[in-house]
Design a protein around this ligand. Structure first.
Ligand code: ARG
Length: 522
């Protein structure tokens, strides 16, 4: 946005009606606002800055070129433009793509769609360039580009989820017997094994993966050829662009195709839910790395020093996973809020959904990577973990359940053990330290039975031998890990298919472009 530092007031602060010079009509590729043929004047300077898609529309630029190539190929195949025109356009589109990749373009125009049309028009002249927008509008064009980009991002995110799942399973496998306290309300709840913790996040991330997979089905439909809202009278071939761009089907209703942004809401929603899961894990690791817990040490490569305190090793990277989860929640709110009051049919408000989605996509990919790296570099202090379970009467429930085995009703057992805990709690002692006299006066149960249970109940036995399905037991840990590996293999093979669909479509597109563009032009 232009500011007033130079002394010239922005035009919206000037008094009276905004005056803009009538554009000089030297050809429709040369004027700034190339779509403004029906309007009397150029867009006001301040409004020009305001309306611009941010950051050169880099979020979708290459995807818009891809969509445009498919459109041009279809126009040629449907005899709407000549081979010569198509070859010219495709050659220039390749050049635009190269320039985007090397970072040598500067934004000229409202968005990447205008840039592309203008660039082609400048290169090939008004007659040829003026044909590129035949049978499409920026409304179906932008939806197509966004979907192509999100398809790519979803695939990367899904792959990164799977890498993280792999690391979680491996680290769980190494820690099937590592005794650890399990918490509720951040207080000792039950004794457990560390593999149980890591496998819990395998479950959460598998759901995240499946959520993206499910949303991908709805994302992968082709809006191209929907025109501004109601289609076109130009004899385009939507099936062809659907195939060229490897969409699974056409997005049939042109009005829905151009006005809905459900796929953006769904994408950010899937990402936000996943970020919240990663944030929870990050918080555990932050806590566990504190001096109070000292359960783990985070590798130096993923920690930061303090600018003043020489002893500090701060878990900044994990803290940022937490922080970026908050950003994702904000982005989700923003994407939904933009849409909620819109009358059906494209509205420029929709442009504002893009930035929030790119931010979320980048953060989600980054967070998955740093979480994997953290788990690769993690040092676990097993001794300290087991040591901690000795305090806090963590075996109280296991003791009560042993009394149930002896025929005591659970509520009575709960109260009796509670009474024993009350004796030692105030004296900072453990249940095992109770004397027979203390047991005798605190409970109505047989002292010998209780003494036996106290002697038998160890952290290891309690955690390894729990009977219920899904518990911390050794048997269940083996089963989780085996199933986790099998599911992972299945998900990986699904991803191979998904990735190869894109790659094949891209290669086929390249081959077809070679057929259209004569050798000497390449
Ligand atoms: N830059 C716009 C967006 O991101 C493209 C569509 C503009 N369409 C229109 N009818 N003004 O949404």
């Amino acid at each position: 946005m232009r500011n007033d530092l130079t002394g010239t007031r922005p035009s919206f602060l000037r008094e009276g009606p905004v005056e803009s010079p009538r554009h000089e009509y030297i050809g429709w590729g040369v004027i700034h606002g190339m779509y403004r043929g029906g309007l009397g004047s150029e867009l006001d300077d301040v409004a020009k800055d305001f309306v611009k898609a941010r950051d050169l529309d880099l979020g979708i630029f290459t995807y818009d070129v891809m969509g445009t190539k498919a459109h041009v190929m279809m126009l040629y195949n449907s005899n709407i433009i000549s081979r010569k025109d198509a070859a010219g356009m495709l050659t220039v589109l390749e050049e635009v793509e190269e320039r985007i990749l090397e970072g040598s373009i500067t934004q000229d125009g409202e968005d990447c769609h205008e840039f592309i049309e203008k660039y082609i028009t400048q290169r090939l002249g008004d007659e040829v360039g003026g044909k590129i927008q035949t049978g499409r509008s920026r409304n179906d064009q932008v939806a197509t580009a966004i979907k192509l980009r999100l398809r790519h991002d979803t695939t990367i995110i899904q792959m990164r989820i799977l890498y993280l799942i792999k690391r979680l399973i491996d680290i769980a496998d190494e820690n099937k017997e590592t005794i650890v306290p399990l918490y509720t309300h951040l207080q000792h709840a039950q004794v457990g094994v560390l593999s149980h913790y890591f496998m819990a996040f395998v479950d959460a991330l598998t759901r995240d993966f499946e959520r993206f997979q499910d949303m991908y089905k709805r994302l992968n439909t082709n809006p191209l050829g929907s025109g501004p809202a109601g289609g076109t009278n130009i004899p385009i071939n939507r099936s062809m662009t659907t195939k060229t761009l490897a969409f699974s089907r056409m997005h049939m209703n042109s009005l829905d195709a151009t006005s809905n942004r459900d796929y953006m809401s769904e994408f950010v929603s899937c990402a936000a839910i996943m970020m919240v899961n990663l944030s929870r894990m990050a918080e555990d690791l932050v806590l566990w790395s504190s001096s109070e817990f000292s359960f783990i040490e985070i590798t130096d490569r993923l920690a930061s020093p303090s600018s003043i305190m020489p002893q500090k090793k701060n878990p900044d990277i994990l803290e940022l996973v937490r922080g970026k989860a908050a950003t994702a929640l904000g982005c989700l709110t923003s994407v939904l809020a933009v849409q909620k009051g819109l009358a059906t049919g494209y509205g420029r408000d929709l442009q504002e959904t893009k930035d929030a989605v790119w931010v979320t996509a980048d953060d989600a990919q980054g967070a998955l990577q740093v979480m994997s790296s953290t788990l690769y570099g993690l040092k676990i202090d097993k001794r300290r973990m087991v040591e901690t379970t000795k305090a806090g009467h963590i075996l109280a429930l296991d003791i009560a359940e042993k009394l149930v085995e002896e025929g005591v009703p659970f509520r009575k057992a709960h109260m009796e053990v509670g009474a024993l805990v009350a004796v030692v709690r105030s004296q900072d002692r453990e249940l095992i330290d109770l004397t027979d006299e203390e047991i005798g006066s605190a409970t109505t149960l047989d002292t010998k039975t209780i003494r036996n249970i106290l002697n038998q109940c160890t952290a290891q036995k309690s955690a390894y031998e729990r009977r219920s399905m899904g518990s911390t037991s050794a048997r269940e840990q083996y089963r989780f890990i085996e199933k986790g590996r099998k599911d992972l293999e299945h998900m990986l093979s699904q991803m191979e298919k998904q990735k190869s669909q894109h790659a094949t479509a891209l290669n086929e597109m390249r081959e077809k472009i070679k057929e259209i563009v004569p050798m000497d032009k390449r």
